[in-house]
Design a protein around this ligand. Structure first.
Ligand SMILES: [Zn+2]
Length: 118
C-alpha cells in the first residue's frame, strides 16, 4: 500500500465558522484540497448527502489518524464498511471575494438625469 508523502487528514477547524473539519489533499496526481466535516456517516448516509458540489470521502483510520480516500467504494456491489465524511459546507456569512464597486462597469441609466422628478 503506497501513500503519498504527508498524506492523512489534519484535524483543524474552519477559519470562518470554527466547526471542526478534516483537511487533506486527496489523490496522488490531481490532488484535491478537501475540507470535510468531522462528522462520521455510514457509506449509505454519506451517499445520500452527496451532491455534484458536495462529495463524500471514505475514511480509513491509520496509525497516523484518519485518512480520506475517494469514495469509489460506492461503485462496488458490497456496501462500504468504512466511515464516511462529507465536504464541509460553510454556514458562516460569505465575505465578498473582492470589494464591490471596485470596477466601474458601464451601465446605462434607466431614466435620463433631470426626468426623475416628473
Ligand atoms: Zn465553515
Amino acid at each position: 500500500m503506497t501513500r503519498a508523502a504527508g498524506s492523512g487528514a489534519r484535524r483543524t477547524s474552519c477559519p470562518r465558522c470554527a466547526l471542526p473539519v478534516l483537511r487533506q489533499l486527496v489523490g496522488r496526481r490531481a490532488a484535491l484540497d478537501v475540507t470535510a466535516d468531522d462528522t462520521r456517516y455510514t457509506a449509505a448516509a454519506a451517499a445520500a448527502l452527496r451532491t455534484p458540489d458536495r462529495l463524500d470521502w471514505c475514511v480509513r483510520t491509520t496509525k497516523d489518524g484518519p485518512d480520506l480516500r475517494w469514495a469509489d467504494c460506492h461503485r462496488r456491489s458490497a456496501p462500504c464498511q468504512h466511515e464516511h465524511v462529507v465536504d464541509h459546507m460553510c454556514t458562516a456569512p460569505q465575505v465578498p471575494a473582492r470589494p464591490a464597486a471596485q470596477r466601474r462597469t458601464h451601465r446605462t441609466t434607466p431614466v435620463p438625469t433631470g426626468q426623475l422628478t416628473l
